[in-house]
Every structure is written in C-alpha cells, then in structure tokens.
Design a protein around this ligand. Structure first.
Ligand code: ATP
Length: 364
C-alpha cells in the first residue's frame, strides 16, 4: 500500500508560513493534484514529501512508514521537475539508468527496464542522444522515463508540462493520464493550471496561502465549491460574484442586487432565510446564464447592456453590465451580439451559489 499522509504538516521559512497545518490523505494508486496560485505553498508541500525540505512540525507517512526524518533517497519516491533536471553530459540511456546504477541494480535488469520504459514512452530511438539533441517534449519524456524505471512507490511531479508549447502540453497531458492509470502508481502532481488539475486528477487539493481550501473530485470542486476562493479559482472564465440582499416574503425568498431581483429556488430558501435583510455574495457560473440579443423578450428575463463581445470560436463570451460590475455569460457562437445593446438574460437559478460575506464559506 502506497498511500501518502500529511499529518498536520507545517513548514515555516523565517517569517513565512509556506504550508500551514496541512492534513491530507492520498490513496494508494490515486492521482492527486495540488493546485493553487503562485506562492500558495504547493511546491513546498511537495518538497516536504520528497524530503527536500525539513518540515517544521507534523508528520509525513508513505506506505506504512513515517518518513518525516528519512533522507530523500530512502523514501522510495521519484520526482519529475519542471526543468527536467537531466544530466547534460549523459545520454538518454545513461540518464534513465543512473538512479538504478546508484541502487546497485544488476546491469541486465537495468537494461531490461530502461528499454521497456523507453518503448512505453516512444523514445527507444533516442537512447544514444544527449539531452541537448532533444526537443522539449522528448526531454520531458526522458525525465518521466527516468522516474518510471525506478519503480517507486510514489511519483512526485512539479509542473512537468509547463515548458511545453500549448499543443504538446495537451497531448502529453493525455499520455500522462493514461500512463498513470496503467501503472497505477500513487502520483502527486503540482500545477497552477486549473485545466490540468481538472483533467488529470482523481481528486484535487486546492491550496491558498499555505492552507488547504478543499480536497475533492473535479466535479465536486466545480459544482460545490466550499468557499469563495475555490469558487473563483476553479472555472474559466471565473464564476461571477456580486452582493445581493436577501428579502424573505410569504413563501418566497428573493435576492436583490440593484434593480435585479432573482427568486431563489425552493431548496435554497431555508439557508438564505437565515440571512433575511442581510447581504450574501451570489455566485453564477458563465454557463448558467442564458443570454440572447435584446429583441428576444421573454417574461421574467433580465435586460443587461452588452459591454464587450469575445468570440472564441467554440463559444462567445458576452460581458454584461451587471448590478455591481461586469458579469460574463457564455453564449452560442452563432448568435450575434452588438456592444451597447440590451441583452435578455435568464439565470439558471437552481445553479446559483451563495457565500457568507464574512467567512466566505458557501451556503449551498
Ligand atoms: P509557485 O507556483 O510560484 O512555484 P508555490 O505555490 O509552489 O508557488 P512555494 O514555492 O511553495 O509556492 O512557496 C510558498 C511560500 O514560501 C512563498 O511565500 C515563498 O516565497 C516561500 N518560500 C518558498 N521557499 C522558500 C525558501 N527557501 N526560503 C524562504 N521562503 C520560501
């Protein structure tokens, strides 16, 4: 069993708490993505697991061993870095074989493993080249190959795709997912890219300012963000947020923001009623707004002015002037919008989110 446990791990650098009381369990065989904005502590959390940073307090467990004070080489992990960290003077073969040689694995066994993994990654024809004779994508594969031949209990990856161009990144992302599912090795993957996080991870741990915000499946993070930070970090364009007053009437609960009024769905009423006559922060994802050009008018629709139109090909982003700043809606790319016109907007109320303005925790 190669589960990984962070048990109340804190890492302080003088003055900075990079990782703050992190408790997290990664299951055997799981692909867990650590995601968050720059400086949130994700790399430090990974380096603590690798043993490259000494934790200030707390424990780290790999498999059934407490490794908190075990040196990196004895932790049975393999790490793939952003810059690949290949040895420039060694061939691809030697780079892949190096870690095994250090561990005194018999030569024949090394040869078998290197060739098998090279084949798996499609780099069998590059084994005699030096890293400088390889493209970025090929180097990335070699770095990955070097980790795989070690047959570690856990793979640690720190933004391994960030040096690849956009197309290759998408392709390699898919290959990495397949490879991880096939090998079934517990993997912890750090990225600041939420698309990578959403597509690759069985589960995602979202961090901010050293603190774990939410640990959940991609679907749950998207549909049920635990707080305002997660709600606005996951999703592109970001969830629209605006303050609204809760007005409780007989049998209805309304959310009032400027001259916009939304009637809450039945299952949202009880929670919102606790905020009667107070403000909450309302969240709406861009795809939960149905937007049409102004001449179409249906009862109970909002009318909001169009500020900017961004045709992206597969969809069009329409920026609308909302009650408290811009609201972005995703629209059918075949429908034409003009800047300045009034658009008719329908809100899928059952998909609304609401947050406590003080704690920023989700109400539902
Ligand atoms: P990025 O995506 O930019 O790499 P990150 O989420 O990986 O960011 P970390 O590199 O873990 O963030 O850094 C977390 C915090 O700890 C930051 O405030 C950073 O400045 C600080 N930090 C990291 N390493 C050190 C160090 N060796 N000495 C002092 N402070 C550090």
């Amino acid at each position: 069993m190669a589960q990984v446990i962070y048990d109340h791990v804190t890492k302080r650098f003088d003055g900075v708490i990079a990782v703050n009381d992190l408790t997290l369990e990664v299951k055997d065989g799981e692909f867990l993505v650590l995601v968050g904005p720059s400086g949130c502590g994700k790399t430090t959390a990974l380096r603590c697991l690798a043993g490259l940073e000494e934790v200030t307090s707390g424990d780290i467990i790999i498999g059934d061993r407490v490794v908190t004070h075990v040196p990196p080489k004895d932790r049975d992990i393999a790490m793939v870095f952003q810059n690949y960290a290949l040895y420039p003077h060694m061939t691809v073969y030697e780079n892949m074989a190096f870690g095994l040689k250090l561990r005194k694995v018999p030569k024949q066994e090394i040869d078998r493993r290197v060739k098998e993994v090279a084949e798996m990654l499609g780099i069998q024809d590059l084994l005699n080249r030096k890293p400088r004779q390889l493209s970025g994508g090929q180097r990335q594969r070699v770095a990955l190959g070097r980790a795989i031949v070690r047959e570690p209990q856990v793979f640690l990856m720190d933004e391994p795709l960030s040096n690849l161009d956009a197309k290759l990144r998408v392709q390699t992302r898919g290959e990495l997912i397949k490879l991880q599912r096939r090998l079934g090795v517990t993997t912890i993957y750090v990225t600041h890219d939420q698309v990578e996080a959403m597509t690759m991870g069985h589960r995602i741990a979202v961090m901010n300012q050293g603190v774990l915000q939410q640990l959940d499946t991609p679907e749950n993070l998207y549909d049920h963000p635990a707080n305002l930070f997660v709600a606005t970090f996951i999703g592109s364009p970001a969830m629209n947020i605006f303050p609204a007053r809760v007005v409780v009437g007989d049998g209805t609960v309304r959310l009032v923001a400027g001259d916009v009024t939304l009637e809450a769905a039945p299952e949202q009423r009880n929670r919102l009623a606790e905020y009667s006559n107070r403000e909450v922060l309302v969240g709406i994802r861009p795809e939960d707004l149905i937007v049409q050009p102004g001449q179409v008018s249906v009862d109970r629709q909002l009318r909001l002015p169009v500020e900017i139109v961004e045709p992206l090909g597969s969809e069009t982003l329409v920026h609308l002037r909302g009650p408290a700043g811009t609201i972005i809606a995703k629209a059918d790319p075949h429908v034409h919008f003009s800047v300045g016109e009034l658009a008719a907007v329908t809100v899928k109320v059952e998909h609304l989110h609401a947050f406590d303005p003080q704690t920023e925790l989700a109400l539902f």
